[in-house]
Design a protein around this ligand. Structure first.
Ligand code: LLP
Length: 441
């Protein structure tokens, strides 16, 4: 379990998070329930910020990648911690702005930003937009001209480094809907295109090499490729990038197959990245760029757990034991999508030894509705509270109302206190947009 005290087993033998007993949380707020530990989120934001301050003279900014978990409270926390955010849709932008997040510290991504999203971004004065297509550069330039502003932009590039969880590969040419490849000259071409736009101010480049990465060398390699590209562009065009945004991707613990990184460990990842930038700018005679990183999963992933109540249990002799819970792929689609692995425990009997391996199944009308397979657990019974760990990232944000189930509420815990940050849904909400045309009445 987590050595950073996010989770504990208390004297009653119950799982505790942020000083709150999970059995009490389940009783008070109902299940399924997402629970987020505020201290953990702040600690992670701080370690990244402090590392940029300490190791790089503060010449950079941490952006919380809010696709991992977007709601007003998390933008408030990010604002209080003095970091920026990245958003990828009008909806995420609206949430950040309505939480009072400073627009100049918002970076907007997306491979296909809609015209109305770009208009909205310019209207609320988003600090930087990361351009990812020719047509976007054209449209954004027009929108900025109409608004009478010059919009700061980065260009998304592909350094040709694809990182996977425990390894990385270099590809000569990246086949991706994101970015422009360095190796085939398209990144240089879009640079020329953007430099020619009078209402766009090109600040530099962005790349994102993947997610759930444990290999430091992947980031170093990507930095090296980006810095070589910056030097090449400087020689070819005279434009020297001010800014280098290296994206997100630091991995987290889901099961004991994953490394368990402590707070300092994450600082080491960032240090390796920053040292690579420093070494390369010296080698190439470039000025030190303003460095951005965009961690999402590593900030909120291990901060969150999901609580469920056990319902039906089905033992298929010699095959599998299914323990069904009151949630499912509608609150956590990651097994269904990626066969992601999770660890789970019985929160009301957290001290008990694991005696069997079970498959945690959801309640949707679909065989693939599984949360985790072959999880070691004590013998579960109806009414037990199951806690699935490391669900803070890409769970709530990817949830749906499939089968017209409710997206669970979110609570934030701190020092033994728990508060809603996303309220529970209601049946009325589920039918709010439904319309029955007259001829059907
Ligand atoms: N920046 C950009 C441009 C990104 O595309 C992403 C993630 C991040 C930052 C944050 O990466 P992180 O630090 O969270 O690894 N739904 C998938 C993850 C998709 C990640 C997409 N981009 C999952 O559940 O694993």
């Amino acid at each position: 379990m987590n050595e950073r005290d996010t989770l504990k087993i208390n004297l009653a033998g119950h799982l505790e998070i942020g000083g709150c007993d999970c059995v009490d949380l389940a009783e008070k707020f109902g299940t399924p329930l997402y629970v987020f530990d505020e201290k953990y989120i702040r600690d992670m934001m701080r370690i990244y910020k402090n590392t940029i301050d300490g190791e790089y003279g503060g010449n950079g900014l941490v952006l919380y990648a809010s696709k991992a978990f977007s709601c007003k409270a998390v933008y408030k926390i990010a604002a209080q911690e003095g970091i920026g955010v990245d958003v990828v849709s009008g909806g995420e932008l609206y949430t950040a702005i309505s939480a009072g997040f400073p627009a100049d510290k918002i970076y907007m991504h997306g491979n296909n930003k809609l015209d109305r999203e770009l208009e909205y971004a310019v209207e609320v004065k988003v600090g930087t937009i990361v351009v990812d297509s020719y047509s976007e550069a054209d449209i954004l330039n027009d929108i900025a001209a109409k608004a009478g502003i010059v919009q700061n932009v980065l260009i998304r590039i592909n350094p040709g480094v694809e990182a996977h969880t425990h390894a990385f590969v270099q590809t000569a040419r990246t086949d991706s809907k994101f970015g422009f490849s360095i190796s085939d000259g398209t990144a240089e071409n879009i640079t020329q295109h953007v430099l020619a736009k009078s209402n766009l101010k090109l600040k530099g480049y962005h790349c994102h090499i993947g997610s759930q990465i444990f290999e430091k060398q992947s980031f170093v390699l990507a930095v090296n490729k980006c810095m070589d590209f910056i030097a090449h562009i400087k020689n070819a065009t005279g434009f020297e990038a001010d800014t280098l945004n290296m994206g997100g991707g630091f991995g987290i613990w889901y099961t004991d197959e994953d490394a368990k990184i402590n707070v300092e460990g994450y600082a080491d990842y960032l240090k390796a990245l920053l040292n690579a930038v420093k070494a390369k700018s010296k080698e190439l005679g470039l000025k030190l760029p303003y460095v951005l990183i965009e961690p999402g999963r590593s900030i909120v992933g291990e901060a969150g757990i999901t609580l469920y109540t056990v319902g039906a249990i089905k033992d298929i002799p010699g095959i599998k034991k299914y323990v069904a819970i009151d949630g499912g792929m509608f609150d956590n689609p990651r097994y269904a999508l990626y066969q992601s692995k999770y660890s789970a425990l019985i929160a009301n009997r957290a001290n008990e030894e694991c005696t069997e391996k079970v498959t945690i199944a959801g309640k949707c009308c679909e065989s693939g509705d599984i949360i985790a397979v072959d999880v070691p657990m004590p013998k579960a019974k109806r009414g037990d509270i199951i806690a699935v760990l490391s669900t803070g990232a890409y769970n709530y944000s990817m949830a749906s109302n499939y089968n017209r189930n409710f997206v669970p509420a979110c609570v934030l815990v701190k020092d033994g206190k728990a508060n809603y940050i996303v309220k529970p849904q209601t049946y009325e909400e589920l039918v709010r947009g439904d319309v029955v045309p007259d001829y059907l009445k």
